[in-house]
Design a protein around this ligand. Structure first.
Ligand code: SF4
Ligand code: SF4
Length: 104
């Protein structure tokens, strides 16, 4: 496997899709401080400006502010998988552009 470093990446925490971070019915209480949305009986944490609202930027690095309590779907996301590679291909350039814009 290529040496993907999640701490230098965060690409899978970005998406232009509104319905992206799927949470279970039971997880809704846990994430009630975020804006939650429902589609066809499925529950999601609402994305904000193309990224997960739990993803914060500090010292030029994005980090998950709820890492120890992140949703099950995030725990199951496999580093190096096809989805991981797709996220990196789609989002890494945009992420760097955002960082550059913030630091200017
Ligand atoms: S896209 Fe892959 S390498 Fe990047 S943070 Fe997600 S799992 Fe880690
Ligand atoms: S909860 Fe954390 S790991 Fe999951 S998408 Fe949001 S920032 Fe990424």
């Amino acid at each position: 496997m290529e040496d993907f470093n999640c701490l230098e990446c965060s690409a899978c925490c970005f998406s232009d899709q509104k319905y992206y971070i799927l949470i279970s019915f039971e997880e809704r209480e846990k994430y009630k401080d975020f804006s939650l949305i429902t589609l066809s009986n499925l529950n999601f944490i609402e994305m904000k400006n193309g990224k997960c609202p739990a993803l914060l930027l500090k010292d030029d690095k994005y980090y998950c502010s709820i890492y120890e309590n992140r949703p099950e779907v995030c725990r199951k996301f496999e580093r190096g998988s096809g989805c991981c590679r797709t996220s990196r291909n789609q989002n890494l350039v945009q992420i760097q552009l955002r960082k550059d814009a913030i630091s200017e």
